[in-house]
Design a protein around this ligand. Structure first.
Ligand SMILES: Cc1ncc(COP(=O)(O)O)c(C=O)c1O
Length: 483
């Protein structure tokens, strides 16, 4: 992997391999305003207005910076409904990148999940996966199926030196298939760059082993490639067998063993949209009719043609090491800064963002007070930084209405690729450090409005007591008139 070394090794920092040509002005409200804005947003960072956010670290979804070539390609979009040249160009790129012949367009990742669940999942089915993703699980359970999480035990340890914490537990997968019977397993889902456990990658070897188990049992292997670009970087840098392979070779070796691949192009390819791709025509034909029904005609599947052009260029750029290393090296820097200070971080650093272990940060706070949600609100007060709760708030309640507490309570500080400069990342680290030193001031949250489905998106909460005002007062005391 290409790296740039600094003359003074102690001054080594991640280096941007691009220059900024279009910028967006940011606004940082005062700490007192931040407390107010948070209350207006029901203490849910999803409900904050972007104009009130200084660093938007909610997600990397649809907010990665585009390259000049992507923006240029958008200008040549062919708007025709049928037989569009844009679609032809995208199909050509998909073949080049994934090595797959067939393509179904969809408006984003969850739309692909809807179609997969609609086509393959029956009531009583079990879908094994290394770990669930929120929308994936919602689609599978909506069809009467259930999800079996078979990540290896290291995956759920906050800190480990295992470079591939997203790996499947292969014996557990074999055992599960034997227990429930292959007929009740419509597919096995392999999630690259495991989102909900800290953007942790799987090794190429492990993914191929899963595909082998699937093949042996006549079960479909489905790769969720939404976070594949970071995962490819980790394969290349952490896996001996991949060191001498190009990104394209790794990609092809992986993809040729998968029955179906789907992705959100809001992540993969720094664009918008999504797709399902495969070399298996029969499988594609089974799903095909749902595209015009739910998404749009087969040439665009609900995507805006300009996004498809950006996707095509972005997918090709995913094969460039100096492009896909930008997320992981900035994340690694942020994680190291915080870990060295003593902030409990998910280790090793993964893709997508830096993940704070809120359970440890707010030791002693019961999960019923939503430590990850509380920490996310405290971070907004501390620095106008919008992170995302990835803990119990992001879970669905059990059918009997009881809480389904998450295995880990995380606050994710997403690092959309090529968006933040190093000084902004340093600012983020500084505010988290301050918060860590003042963690005794942080209290819990309780529900005010709790939707039944995907409650984390639009549910509203309130702080238990007046801890947010006290935190803001301490900020004033320590930072004076600073924003
Ligand atoms: C691993 C994974 N799969 C699927 C999705 C859903 O994609 P989308 O947000 O485009 O619907 C996401 C989104 O974050 C994801 O991270």
């Amino acid at each position: 992997m290409a790296t740039v070394k600094f003359y003074k090794s102690e001054e080594q920092v991640p280096l941007e391999m691009h220059k900024v040509r279009v910028v967006q002005k940011l606004y940082l409200p005062t700490v007192e305003e931040r407390v107010k804005k948070l209350a207006e947003a029901g203490n849910n960072t999803f409900l904050l207005q972007n104009r009130d956010v200084f660093m938007d670290m909610l997600t990397d979804s649809g907010v990665n910076a585009m390259s000049d070539n992507q923006v240029a390609a958008m200008m040549q979009a062919d708007d025709s409904y049928a037989g569009s040249e844009t679609c032809n160009r995208l199909m050509k790129v998909i073949k080049e990148v994934f090595g797959t012949e067939y393509f179904l367009p969809a408006h984003q990742g969850r739309a692909c999940e809807n179609i997969l669940a609609e086509t393959f999942v029956k009531p009583g089915d079990v879908v094994p996966m290394n770990f669930h993703f929120t929308t994936t699980k919602a689609h599978i359970t909506r069809k009467g199926g259930s999800v079996a999480e078979l990540i290896r035990h290291e995956g759920l340890l906050p800190q480990s030196d295992n470079p591939f914490k997203g790996n499947f537990d292969i014996p557990a997968l074999e055992k599960l298939i034997e227990e429930v019977g292959a007929d009740h397993v419509p597919f096995v889902r392999i999630e690259a760059g495991t989102n909900l456990v800290g953007g942790q990658p799987l090794s190429l070897e492990n993914m191929l082993q899963v595909a082998e188990v699937c093949k042996k049992n006549g079960i479909l292997s489905v790769l969720d490639a939404s976070l594949l670009q970071d995962n490819l970087y980790f394969m290349k840098t952490r896996e001996e067998a991949c060191k001498n392979m190009t990104i394209k070779e790794i990609m092809r070796t992986l993809c040729e063993k998968m029955d179906l691949i789907y992705f959100s192009s809001r992540k993969l390819g720094f664009a918008r949209g999504g797709a399902i791709v495969s070399n298996n025509e029969k499988l594609i034909l089974k799903m095909k009719e749902y595209i015009p029904l739910y998404e749009g005609f087969l040439t665009y599947g609900g995507m805006e043609v300009r996004s498809m052009e950006a996707m095509a260029v972005g997918l090709l750029e995913t094969l460039d090491e100096e492009i896909i290393n930008q997320g992981p090296i900035f994340i690694e820097y942020l994680v190291k800064e915080l870990n060295d200070y003593g902030v409990p971080m998910i280790l090793p650093a993964g893709g997508l963002g830096a993940h704070i272990n809120a359970m440890e940060f707010l030791k002693g706070m019961p999960q019923s007070q939503y430590p990850a949600g509380a920490l996310a609100t405290a971070l907004y007060i501390a620095g106008g930084i919008r992170g995302m709760e990835r803990g119990s708030l992001s879970e669905q309640r059990n059918p009997d209405g009881s809480e389904n507490y998450a295995e880990m309570e995380l606050v994710r500080l997403a690092c959309p690729r090529r968006v933040f400069t190093l000084s902004q990342i340093k600012y983020c680290a500084d505010r988290v450090k301050w918060l860590y030193d003042n963690r005794h001031l942080i209290g819990g949250l309780k529900w005010v409005e709790e939707p039944d489905v995907l409650r984390f998106f639009f549910g509203k909460l309130t702080p238990i007591g007046d801890w947010q005002e006290k935190l803001a007062a301490k900020f004033r005391e320590d930072f004076g008139d600073s924003l």
